[in-house]
Design a protein around this ligand. Structure first.
Ligand SMILES: Nc1ncnc2c1ncn2[C@@H]1O[C@H](COP(=O)(O)OP(=O)(O)OP(=O)(O)O)[C@@H](O)[C@H]1O
Length: 798
């Protein structure tokens, strides 16, 4: 017990406190003591025959009912108490002291009921706490998800804006870099142009200076030329004078010569004179020589001057050429300067434009930098809010984790509670009896005839209220007691409420068989199938399946997943027919014989080691919803009715077996369950003595009676926990064998017609059911019936 407690999840202090506050210590001790007292005195549990042993004096049902409502609201249970209650052993005593046993059982049942009520309340509390926690958790989760989505959207938007801004900035940066590069190039070009301009200016200045020099030189040359011309003129004048002088000298010479002659003539005369004249001549000669010399010098000088003039002329020509070249050069430079000026102007315009672009880009860069700063600020703010959100998210996450932990705790508690519920549920069902019989009486129908007497009545004594039925036949009253009797006013829902616990057992992993047994027209099909067209009149099969699917859906929250497989068959004249077979033609299962002639499908029943029934070639359909099952039921009904018409049979002469295999796995607890739910509309019972049947009809009736008798034998033997169970040669009992006995749950409805014309059949059915129920068979109700005496009182249909 200590180790069990260690495995339990820790209760929250508040919970513990609440529990402690709810139950005063001394009261809990008192309850414990009371329970221990009971444990000491009560037996282990109710045997299926407990109702037989119940004496007339015991009126415990009333006591239990009375005590329930008042006590359970104040009494609380601990797990140990429940465990003790479940493991309560029967005190060995006089085995035939049934009254004492009944008392003990009544106490025990009372205790169990209180326990179940307490458990149901606890479960509801836990469920509501769990639901509210779950709701809170889901709300918080949704809120958080929304917030996260919002934030992630904002972040992504900001990121997008940031990235677009970064892109823009990068673009602007590259533009700026390009502009700067351009500006730099322009600057370089400008400085180069400036340099060129400067050099050109200096060159121009130089050229202009040179030009001035050259002009001056040209002027001076022109002056020189003019002076040379003048000199030349003067030289020419001098030359002509010299020529004229020479001519005059020559004339004077000639005259002199003549004078000489005259002189010579006069020489003699004038020898003296001659001498003088000779002297004069020598002097003239000398002067002439001197003049010649002068003339030579002058000629030389003239030549020189001529040379010089020529040189000057050449110089002048060269200078003129130079001047021309320089003028050309000046013109060229002027042109270049003009071009350079135009270029310079263009460049200046460009530079101005670039400077404007630069300044506008600078402005843009400034605004972008401002924007960037603003965006960075925004980003910072967003980062701040993100970090805030992250902290709040972490806080929320922590809260979610806390809630999840609490949820897990609650889930664990719910799972534990569910386990306890299963155990208690099963214990209750076991206490009620693993084999139970309910009786249902249908109302009088117009077909029964007007004024027909009702042969059924219901005892009102406390002991038999709701459980007893009296049948009047041939003036004699036959009383029967069953686990429950539904009178003719009971609705389909009333009936289902009673069996819904059994359906739950199928989901809990038990094998459950629910039969409807009774004579033809007593309401078996109505009970099992109901009227499919009217939702209020749905029978046990559709209601059970709805509950199965609803509960399996609800259990999903606890980690359960279920797989369901359905099969529907009927057994007619000991022959199995698959009502879901796709190859059924006109209601008959078809196979092909070797020569191609259609033959009857033979189905064989086998049981595997796991206690599962296998019918060879039977159609098994995976089902996930009630709608799927409804369509399968419609298909089966269609096959059945077509088959009947073909074979000229009545549906009442075959056993209709609906089987649902349930396989559940719990991913949280790794539990596995395998349940089977068999819902069976048995063939209508008929007494051979009454049927007057012959031939095939006799064979049919014998087959039905044999299988029903075999079924009752088996159930009876199982109820008595006999070692040898007589599975007689009946397909129905052999088919259901794994679902009968052990901890399987079996419920038989005995359907009864209330009209007097069916009284004989009704009596027969009630006796048959009573045998199954191990209740009184024609024995007064207040007498105790031992199992042995029941065993010997077999029904004979033959
Ligand atoms: N509890 C009831 N309330 C109203 N009508 C009922 C009730 N039980 C049976 N009936 C009606 O009685 C008639 C016969 O019922 P049903 O067909 O279910 O009998 P059965 O036992 O299945 O007969 P069979 O063995 O011939 O198939 C039907 O018309 C059905 O609607």
């Amino acid at each position: 017990m200590a180790s069990r407690n260690q495995n339990r999840p820790p209760h929250s202090p508040s919970h513990k406190k609440a529990v402690a506050e709810e139950i005063p210590l001394d009261k809990r001790r008192r309850i414990g003591a009371e329970r221990m007292d009971r444990l000491g005195t009560t037996g282990r549990g109710r045997t299926p025959f407990a109702s037989i042993n119940k004496g007339p004096e015991t009126n415990t049902a009333n006591d239990v009912g009375g005590a329930d409502g008042s006590e359970c609201s104040t009494v609380d249970f601990t797990e140990e108490a429940v465990e003790a209650l479940l493991n309560k052993k029967t005190k060995k005593g006089n085995p035939y002291d049934s009254k004492k046993k009944m008392d003990e059982m009544a106490d025990y049942i009372k205790e169990l009921k209180r326990c179940v009520k307490w458990f149901v309340k606890e479960k509801e509390k836990l469920q509501s706490a769990f639901e509210s926690a779950e709701k809170k958790c889901t709300d918080t989760e949704i809120e958080m998800k929304n917030k996260i989505e919002e934030f992630s959207e904002t972040i992504s938007e900001l990121r997008k804006a940031n990235s677009s801004l970064e892109e823009r900035i990068a673009k602007e940066e590259s533009c700026k870099m390009e502009a700067i590069e351009c500006h730099r190039k322009e600057k370089e070009a400008r400085s180069a142009a400036q340099k060129v301009r400067d050099t050109l200016s200096t060159e121009l200045e130089k050229v202009q200076q040179e030009k001035l020099l050259l002009e001056r030189k040209a002027n001076s040359n022109e002056d020189l030329y003019k002076r040379s011309q003048e000199y030349n003129m003067s030289l020419q004048h001098y030359n002509s004078r010299l020529q004229s002088d020479l001519e005059s000298t020559n004339e004077s010479h000639k005259r002199l010569e003549m004078e000489k002659a005259t002189i010579v003539e006069n020489l003699s005369n004038v020898r003296g004179h001659n001498k003088a004249l000779q002297d004069q001549l020598a002097s003239i000669k000398a002067s002439m020589e001197e003049a010649t010399k002068q003339k030579d010098v002058l000629v030389q000088e003239l030549n020189c001057l001529r040379e010089e003039l020529k040189q000057i002329r050449d110089d002048r020509d060269r200078q003129l050429g130079q001047v021309k070249a320089l003028t050309d050069e000046v013109a060229y430079y002027k042109e270049i300067t003009g071009n350079s000026c135009a270029q310079l102007d263009n460049l200046t315009i460009k530079i101005n434009a670039l400077e404007e672009t630069c300044s506008s880009q600078r402005e843009q860069i400034n605004t972008l930098q401002q924007q960037l700063a603003a965006e960075k600020e925004k980003l910072k703010m967003a980062d701040l809010s993100v970090s805030e959100t992250r902290t709040s998210f972490e806080e929320q996450n922590r809260l979610i984790h806390e809630l999840q932990d609490r949820l897990a705790d609650k889930e664990f508690q719910v799972i534990e509670g569910e386990k306890l519920r299963k155990k208690l549920h099963n214990t209750i069902l076991e206490l009620k009896g693993n084999i139970r019989v309910f009786c249902r009486v249908r109302p009088m129908l117009p077909e029964d005839g007007v004024g027909t007497d009702m042969v059924v009545s219901y005892p009102t004594s406390t002991e038999a209220l709701g459980r007893g039925i009296d049948l009047l036949q041939s003036g004699q009253k036959y009383p029967f007691t069953f686990d429950k009797v539904f009178n003719h006013e009971a609705s389909q829902e009333d009936v289902f409420i009673e069996i819904s616990q059994l359906v739950q057992s199928a989901l809990d992993g038990y094998k459950v068989c629910i039969f409807a047994y009774g004579q033809t027209g007593s309401g078996k099909t109505y009970t099992m199938m109901g009227r499919p067209d009217a939702p209020d009149l749905k029978g046990l099969i559709p209601r059970s399946l709805e509950q199965i699917f609803q509960t399996s859906q609800a259990l999903k929250d606890q980690g359960w997943t279920f797989q369901m497989q359905a099969s529907i068959l009927e057994i007619y004249n000991e022959t199995i027919r698959d009502l879901l077979a796709s190859n059924r033609s006109h209601g008959m299962d078809q196979t092909r014989t070797e020569n191609g002639v259609p033959g009857k499908q033979q189905y064989t029943i086998k049981h595997d080691a796991n206690g599962n029934t296998l019918v060879s070639d039977l159609t098994i359909v995976d089902v996930c919803s009630v709608n799927e099952i409804s369509s399968l039921l419609r298909q089966a009904a269609q096959c059945r009715s077509v088959g009947r018409t073909q074979m000229n049979e009545q549906s009442s002469r075959s056993h209709f077996v609906f089987t649902l295999r349930i396989c559940g796995v719990n991913e949280n607890t790794e539990q596995q369950v395998q349940g089977v739910l068999n819902l069976i509309d048995l063939a209508g019972s008929e007494r051979l003595s009454r049927s007057g049947a012959t031939g095939d009809r006799l064979k049919e009736t014998q087959a039905i009676n044999k299988s029903l008798s075999s079924l009752s034998d088996v159930i009876f033997a199982l109820a008595k926990k006999e070692e040898h169970v007589p599975f007689r040669n009946s397909k129905l009992t052999y088919l259901l064998q794994p679902c009968l006995g052990g901890d399987s749950k079996t419920l038989m409805f005995v359907n009864v017609s209330p009209d007097s014309s069916s009284a004989g059949e009704s009596l027969c059915s009630l006796r048959f059911a009573a045998r199954v129920n191990a209740c009184e068979i024609g024995i007064p109700r207040r007498q105790t019936t031992s199992a042995k005496s029941l065993d010997s009182s077999r029904l004979s249909y033959g």
